[in-house]
Design a binder for this molecule. Structure first.
Ligand code: NI
Length: 143
């Protein structure tokens, strides 16, 4: 038998501004364009959480979805919904790009689901911007 997975969809709305103190005002403007505007802007973020099943059991389920919903509500949605991402302590020293956001969401979830079952976290930021992270297993396997 192969391994199935389930992807659950969650949403939150948040503001952010792409800016780093490591660059000058002009450099920030060049790198981030209008996303660097000082007033910030908002997104309706969609978070896709993929849970895999390393071992089939008699339920045919990867994990209890109510439990997953609770974890995501507590760790992700309540933390970010209607907030300014730039004010989150985890973003004090890194920019609020989708690349960084998807890594942070992974880190916040990976210890909260059964070990080895978090397969992928994805964030849809805009119509055309999609970010994903599948963990560091492939990297550590090479080193
Ligand atoms: Ni943005």
């Amino acid at each position: 038998m192969g391994q199935g997975s389930i992807t659950r969809r969650y949403r939150f709305c948040a503001a952010h501004r792409l800016h780093t103190d490591y660059l000058t005002i002009a450099e920030n403007r060049t790198v981030f364009g209008k996303c660097n505007n000082s007033n910030g802007h908002g997104h309706n973020y969609v978070v896709l959480v993929t849970i895999g099943s390393p071992a089939a059991d008699q339920t045919g389920r990867t994990m209890n979805l109510d439990a997953l919903d609770r974890v995501v509500a507590e760790r992700i949605v309540s933390r970010f919904d209607h907030q300014d991402l730039n004010r989150d302590p985890e973003f004090a020293a890194r920019t609020t790009t989708g690349e960084n956001l998807v890594l942070l969401i992974w880190d916040l979830l990976v210890t909260q689901v059964p070990e080895g079952q978090l397969q992928k976290v994805a964030v849809i930021e805009t119509r055309d911007n999609y970010f994903e992270y599948t963990g560091s297993a492939a990297v550590s396997a090479r080193s």
